[in-house]
Design a protein around this ligand. Structure first.
Ligand code: IPT
Length: 948
């Protein structure tokens, strides 16, 4: 049924509708779980970085996808650098509107774990420290007064926003706040710093519990009440740790899932055992892993290898170990657009996560939905004690056993022994509950775990046990699932024989009251059980594939379960109409369980596949882009680079000028230098800092001398290099010479070890000209006051074209010559390409489009060049042909206008060698659905003759 009005009612321009204040709430905890208003709540959270998705309209899309896929919380790093171009200057507008983000999270029904640093790591430049902090003399992440003042500045501002969205205050859904991140230097200076942060947070009005994220399991920054030998106490209420113990390289053999619970090896290094009085809490547990410059292009395979089997085994082990707060890093990784990446990563931060960079839920999202709905439905999980040991019939498997001390419900988590084994094993194991002794027949085929429950009062029913996994239930409806083709057995207890209809075998044992259902998981089987002295039950038995299109939505009038669409985003009642919104990818029928009889179900569009999306060919114009190399170029407006002191960890030799870009307020993007000296030199040696796969190009008297490229690689690529160039004989003369150098700064090093690594210099550090040359420097227009405050500091680089606004929509390129792409070669230095194209994505569709450069089948090409990709003025990433591995770049709607004219600009930087020119460039469709959310275009300035 088509109801156009519905889309309007549910969508609209990213609305600023603050969450109405309700009564205040409480967030408390004990050793088992968090309690929200006294109610034990399992927190199943996914990490999302708003700053890696510069389109607020799409925040709702991702958060709705998370909610629909079983998450009840979102964990968010707030990135200081993203908001602060200059000391004292903060921007929380436009794509940086975190107030809006927290509103959307609340409207979507997600709790928020707020993680504002100040240090976040996160594979972003300087680990989230603003560029200007590189110039601060005080040691970061210590109690150095200048650093504390800087940190206070950020915390006060971000706390003010987070504070407005606290669950405790009745104005939002923030339930926890982290201070710092993975601070594993724990000396007196850090102790004082942590205390200062906690006091700051409280003084700023944060009333939710505070925690820190311990890097791995060191027992650092545990609450003072922990009293575990070997731990370091901190001003925290909760203890949390992170764990990246799953796949990190393609094709790796599966690893064993460790026991990080109270019952594991124990003590300070055992995870939750470091803090036995607080709930087991993984602030980050691997939802994938990051890939690096020059890497294999690991995301698709990481997504598979950190997929369903890994999730069940590892997250299931955490559940079995009593952990009740789990956050998965990442759940949507997004894009390190502009100059966000730290030296280790390239543009895509897809992470192999449950939702891919192009916002498409992967098959592993369905497993998260199964697990997430289970942990929220099976309330006994929030209070688990270890049960009696269970001995299965095969030594090739093991079974964890937990019991809820109040309800008596049991949890059994079965997996291979070791858990990494991938054999096909059928086995049995005995259970002994208040319902008697039973034997469960279970199969584990491949990397897998099964989370089974027994002796469970399920609404008005009583479940004796099931060898199918419980996904969710509410009055009158229960959904279990299993692997396709595997048999299952579900036993429910009834005072008298009930009637059973549906495709199962059933038998009733009057002596025990057990109704035994046996079946094979195959698609979706609906079983109806009536009579027997209990209210009727619709029992849904699904194979895993069938759960992909099963959605639970909670409305004020109770939950419904919907089957059919590719996604169900929202459900609301309007009178006796149930309004559903979501996405479809094919013709589908709609089934709803749980709605009152007589409900009319309405869907926000046609229940059909997506219409075709036609993508235009791109036509290009081009223009040279390195005028700075010309000896006659007028650099009189550039800053003289003659400082004598620096906070950088890479000062020049004594007596030589400080050249590093940060000292002149240029903290990100490309930076140009022009130096003058008198006399003849044969060679020119430069030392420069360029981050991962960074580069320097050198000209003398207008002649191109060559380039140097920093090697890419893991885990810690070199970020500075020394390179020597031969000066051509024509320039080996007495008299004055001009050297021009362009340095690409691919990000500041993260401060992982709290040793000020982010202060490693970027741009030129020193040259063999020493004190004999005088220099000028130019980076992004305006430096710390970026000329384009809307796209902001993240977008700002110092190429001449960027300073002239060549990347902006509306730049007058009519005089540029038309360019053939692919191009046989390019001039040394930078060449700009521009293309304007019109899109007409059908209305009511969400097409996620990308730009592919080169051959999408290979992670790197033989061509030696790189390209910055600007869409409508936004720097959406960097392609490095010969380093790779990324060839396809996501163009997010909101920045992209799917219904209008768009402008692409590419800054191609080449050494000018044969073949080192722009390869084929094409628009690509990364996934289209009928549906989506309303995505307003992000307002940003176009080119104007006076500005830009
Ligand atoms: C942990 C960080 O907390 C997080 O910010 C991110 O960098 C993540 O790792 C990796 O993606 S650091 C830990 C693995 C040493």
């Amino acid at each position: 049924m088509v109801l156009a009005v519905l889309a309007a009612a549910l969508g609209g321009a990213v609305p600023r509708t603050p969450v109405p204040a309700t009564a205040k709430h409480t967030v408390t905890y004990d050793k088992y779980s968090l309690l929200l208003d006294g109610k034990r709540t399992y927190i199943w959270s996914g990490e999302f970085a708003y700053w890696r998705l510069p389109s607020p309209g799409l925040w709702r899309d991702v958060l709705q996808k998370m909610k629909a896929n079983g998450y009840n919380a979102v964990s968010i790093y707030f990135n200081w650098a993203y908001h602060s171009p200059k000391r004292g200057v903060y921007d929380f507008g436009g794509v940086r509107d975190v107030d809006l983000l927290l509103d959307i999270a609340a409207q979507t029904g997600l709790y928020v774990i707020a993680r504002p640093g100040p240090y976040i790591n996160a594979e972003t430049s300087s680990g989230g420290f603003p560029g200007w902090l590189s110039n601060d003399p005080g040691r970061a992440r210590s109690d150095a007064p200048s650093y504390l003042a800087a940190a206070d500045e950020w915390m006060t501002r971000i706390d003010a926003i987070i504070g407005r969205h606290q669950f405790t205050e009745g104005t939002g859904t923030v339930i926890l706040q982290q201070i710092e991140n993975e601070l594993f230097v724990t000396g007196a200076a850090q102790q004082r710093y942590m205390l200062r942060l906690a006091r700051r947070v409280r003084a700023d009005g944060i009333t939710v519990p505070i925690f820190h994220n311990d890097v791995g399991r060191n027992g650092y920054w545990v609450p003072r009440s922990s009293e575990v030998p070997g731990t370091v106490e901190g001003p925290t209420g909760l203890y949390a740790f992170d764990a990246y113990v799953g796949p990190q390289r393609c094709g790796e053999a599966p690893k064993d899932a460790p026991d990080f619970g109270l019952w594991g090896p124990g003590g300070a290094k055992g995870g939750a055992s470091a803090s036995p009085r607080t709930p087991g809490f993984t602030a980050e547990f691997g939802g994938g892993w990051f890939d690096h410059w020059g890497g294999p292009g690991a995301y698709p395979c990481l997504a598979r290898e950190a997929g369903s089997g890994y999730q069940r085994v590892f997250y299931g082990t955490n559940i079995a170990n009593g952990l009740s707060i789990q956050n998965f890093y990442m759940t949507y990784g997004g894009t390190s657009w502009g100059w966000l990446p730290s030296p280790v990563v390239y543009t895509s931060y897809d992470y192999g996560a449950a939702i891919d960079e192009a916002r498409q839920p992967r098959p592993k999202a369905t497993t998260m939905k199964q697990l997430g709905m289970f942990v929220q439905s099976f309330a006994p999980l929030t209070e688990l004690d270890r049960g009696d040991p269970v001995t299965p019939s095969s030594a090739k498997v093991k079974v964890y056993h937990d019991v809820n001390p109040h309800s008596g419900a049991h949890l059994y988590v079965a997996m291979h022994h070791p858990s990494s084994a991938t054999t096909d094993d059928a086995f049995t194991f005995p259970i002994s509950t208040e319902d008697g002794d039973h034997t469960l027949a279970v199969r584990l085929n491949g990397l897998d775990a099964k989370l089974l429950v027994a002796d469970y009062d399920m609404d008005a029913q009583h479940l004796v046990y099931s060898t199918s996994e419980l996904m969710t239930h509410f009055a009158g409806t229960a959904l279990f699932h299993g692997r396709r083709g595997e048999s299952g057995e579900t036993v429910l207890r009834y005072p008298s024989a009930p009637a059973v209809s549906g495709d199962v075998r059933s038998s009733y044992d009057a002596a025990t009251g057990d109704l035994r259902l046996t079946y094979v998981h195959d698609g979706l089987t609906e079983v109806r059980i009536t009579g027997g002295g209990r209210p009727p039950l619709t029992l849904l038995l699904a194979d895993d594939e069938a759960t992909a299109t099963l959605w639970r939505q909670d409305t004020p009038a109770g939950p419904v379960l919907v089957s059919g669409p590719a996604l169900v985003r929202t459900a609301t009642y309007e009178g006796s109409d149930l309004l559903l919104s979501g996405d479809t990818t094919g013709r589908t029928s709609l089934r709803v369980w749980g709605a009152p009889p007589g409900t009319r179900v309405r869907w926000n569009g046609r229940l059909d596949g997506a219409d075709p999306v036609r993508l235009p060919d791109l036509v290009w114009r081009s223009s040279p882009g390195s005028p700075e190399a010309d000896p006659g170029y007028d650099d009189s407006g550039w800053q003289p680079a003659g400082r004598t002191t620096t906070a950088a960890t890479t000062p020049p030799p004594p007596g030589e000028p400080v050249l590093t870009a940060d000292d002149y307020g240029f903290h990100q993007g490309d930076v140009w230098y022009r130096g003058r000296w008198t006399g003849s030199v044969e060679t020119l040696r430069i030392r420069y800092g360029g981050g991962g796969a960074g580069l320097a190009q050198v000209w003398v008297d207008g002649a191109y001398l060559g380039q140097n490229v920093l090697p890419a690689g893991k885990p810690s690529p070199p970020r500075t290099a020394t390179a020597t160039f031969t000066v051509p004989s024509s320039s080996r003369t007495a008299g004055q010479h001009v050297v021009a150098v362009m340095v690409r700064n691919n990000g500041h090093t993260q401060d992982v070890y709290a040793d000020d690594a982010h202060k490693e210099g970027r741009g030129l550090i020193s040259t063999s000209l020493g004190a004999a040359a005088t220099w000028r420097i130019q980076g992004n227009l305006g430096g710390e006051d970026p000329a384009d405050p809307v796209r902001g500091i993240t977008n700002a680089g110092g190429l001449a074209g960027e300073r002239a606004g060549v990347h902006l929509p509306g730049y007058p390129d009519a005089a540029w010559h038309t360019a053939a792409v692919p191009a046989a070669t390019a001039a040394p230095g930078t060449t700009w390409y521009r293309s304007t194209f019109r899109l007409a994505v059908p209305a009511g569709h969400d097409a996620s489009l990308g730009l592919t450069i080169g051959d999408p089948g290979t992670p790197r090409s033989a061509a030696r060049y790189r390209a910055l990709i600007f869409l409508n003025g936004w720097n959406l990433g960097q392609y490095i042909a010969d380093v790779g591995p990324q060839g396809t770049f996501v163009l997010p709607n909101g920045i992209l206008d799917p219904h209008g004219v768009n402008t692409l600009a590419l800054a191609v930087t080449s050494d000018g060698g044969p073949g080192n020119g722009l390869e084929k460039v094409a628009l690509t469709n990364l996934g289209t659905v009928r549906g989506g959310v309303d995505v307003p275009l992000v307002a940003a300035p176009a080119w104007a003759p006076t500005g830009g």
